[in-house]
Structure formats: C-alpha cells, structure tokens
Design a protein around this ligand. Structure first.
Ligand SMILES: NC(=O)c1ccc[n+]([C@@H]2O[C@H](COP(=O)([O-])OP(=O)(O)OC[C@H]3O[C@@H](n4cnc5c(N)ncnc54)[C@H](OP(=O)(O)O)[C@@H]3O)[C@@H](O)[C@H]2O)c1
Length: 262
C-alpha cells in the first residue's frame, strides 16, 4: 500500500476538532481518506468543520462530547461503534489554557484545566484503548505542549496538566509496548490559533501592551521567530499515525522552531 493510502478508511477520533490545531488534524486525516470523528462541546462548530470536510470529498462524523465527563466519553464510544466501528487512531487534542498568576488563580481554574487537559486525555485513553489492544493495532497521539517539559510564568495549571499528560504518555507507551499500539506526544510551541490569540489579548490587557506586541513576544521566544502553523502539527500527527512510525512510542516530539531542545 502506498504511503498516501495507508490511512484510508482508518477510523480517527480527534478531540477538540472544531477549531485550531484539531480542525487542521481532522482536515489532514480526512484528506488521506480516513473516517474522521470530530468532537468538542459545541455541535454547531463541529458541524461546520464536518461540512467543510464533506465539501472536500472527505468523511467526517461530528459528535459533541465533553471529554472531561466520563459518561459522555462512554456515550461517544457507543455512537461511534454503532455508526462506524472501532476507533483506531485517537488524537487527544482538546485543551484549555487560561493564563493566571498562581496566587490569584481561583481553585476552579486549576480544577477545570486539569479536568479537561489531563482527565479528558485519561478518559479517552481508558475508553478507546481496549478496542485498539483487541485489534492489535492502534495509535494514540496526545497533543501536549513544550510546557510538558519546561515552564512559563502564569501557566501553573496548564504546565502541570501538560507535564502530567507527558507522564501518562510515557507510562502507557511502556504498558502498551507489545500490543501493537503506540502512544506518543506532540509538544508544540506557540501555534497560530485562537488559544494563542486569546492569551496575547490577556497579556495585552494585563500589561498595557498592544496585542500585536504580545504576539511578537510569543514569536520571539522561538529561535525561528515565528508561530507554528497548525498544519505543521497536523503533518506530524500523520507521520506518527503511519505504519513506518511503528517503532516510535513514548516520545514527546517538539515542534517549536527550536525553542526547547530536550
Ligand atoms: N495554540 C498553541 O499555541 C498550543 C501550543 C501547545 C499546545 N497546544 C495544545 O493544542 C491543543 C489544541 O489547542 P488549540 O490552540 O487548537 O486550541 P483552541 O483553538 O482553543 O481549540 C481547543 C479545542 O478544544 C475543544 N475543547 C475544549 N474543552 C473541551 C472539552 N472539555 N471537551 C471537548 N472539547 C473541548 C474546543 O471546543 P469547545 O470549546 O467547543 O469544546 C476546541 O475545539 C490543546 O491541547 C492545547 O493545549 C496549543
């Protein structure tokens, strides 16, 4: 089978598939012929991405689900099983990243960030891994962050959640090593999405800088002096899902223009 065809007909679940990085990942897998299940909490935005994929000739199933809620993830699995089959590629991308100083941060923010970024990833792994193991093939790709490895100020909840996602990635990779399932993390630096723009707005509000200045600061944190395009993250996800990536597991691959080299 040629490289371009190997992902055809694979059932791919992309959490947080309604915008930003998740939308590009969904478009990329659909372009390779995958059956893409898109999920987020907001049905209308999911429907819009699914329509876009259909217009391009791809296959997409938009199903709303809050990944932090275990019952909703179980219900999502039931719907996917009845309409498509078993998930073969799981992309845990849904995430939130509200910035806050540690002492000012309300407990509710800490709980929300850990619930979505960490428990959401845990819930999806717990629910979808058994069928991958039974099929003796699967790919789990967790969209972490470079703050899974280093820390930035005003991101204690986010940084903690992403460090933990990396820990989970590594532990599962070892536990799944002989099952045919690989588990990896992608660690982006600042990516050109709403999430980054919102944090630039927040920084501008707090510091009196212009939003463009805040964005330039984000760009300047990378030796390449630029934001990463979401398409670049999607290409890396395609590579990790491919047959030739069978020996890559437990890895945390940075895509950040050289900002972090560990
Ligand atoms: N942008 C960056 O610079 C950057 C850098 C490193 C890592 N990342 C990571 O990449 C991932 C995607 O980021 P992004 O920039 O594309 O963010 P984004 O544009 O804000 O999109 C986030 C996506 O997650 C969904 N989502 C949020 N909470 C959810 C929940 N509880 N259940 C299901 N879906 C939920 C959102 O949809 P709804 O709100 O409609 O649910 C949306 O589809 C995140 O994990 C983020 O931490 C981003």
């Amino acid at each position: 089978m040629s490289e371009g065809q190997e992902l055809a007909e694979k059932i791919v679940l992309v959490t947080g598939g309604s915008r930003g990085i998740g939308r590009y990942i969904a478009l990329a897998f659909a372009a390779r012929g995958g059956h893409v299940v898109l999920t987020s909490r907001t049905q209308p935005t999911l429907d819009a991405v699914a329509e876009e994929i259909h217009r391009l000739g791809g296959k997409a199933l938009p199903l709303a689900c809050d990944v932090s809620n275990r019952q909703e993830v179980e219900a999502l699995k039931t719907k996917i099983t009845s309409q498509l089959g078993t998930v073969q590629i799981l992309i845990n991308n849904a995430g939130v990243a509200p910035a806050a100083g540690f002492l000012q941060m309300p407990d509710s923010l800490w709980e929300e960030v850990l619930k979505v970024n960490l428990t959401g990833t845990y819930n999806c792994c717990k629910v979808f891994l058994p069928e991958m193991i039974a099929a003796k093939w699967g790919r789990v790709i967790n969209i972490a962050s470079i703050v899974a490895k280093v820390a930035y100020s005003h991101t204690s909840a986010y940084t903690t959640s992403k460090h933990a996602v990396l820990g989970l990635t590594r532990a599962l990779a070892v536990e799944m090593a002989r099952s045919g399932v690989t588990v990896n993390a992608i660690c982006p630096g600042y990516v050109d999405t709403d999430l980054t723009l919102n944090n630039a707005r927040l920084m501008a509000e707090k510091t009196g800088k212009k939003v463009e200045e805040a964005l330039r600061l984000f760009q300047g944190s990378s030796p390449q002096q630029r934001l990463i395009a979401p398409e670049e993250v999607a290409e890396l996800a395609l590579m990790l899902a491919s047959k030739s990536a069978a020996g890559i597991t437990g890895q945390a691959i940075n895509i950040d223009g050289g900002a972090v080299m560990v």
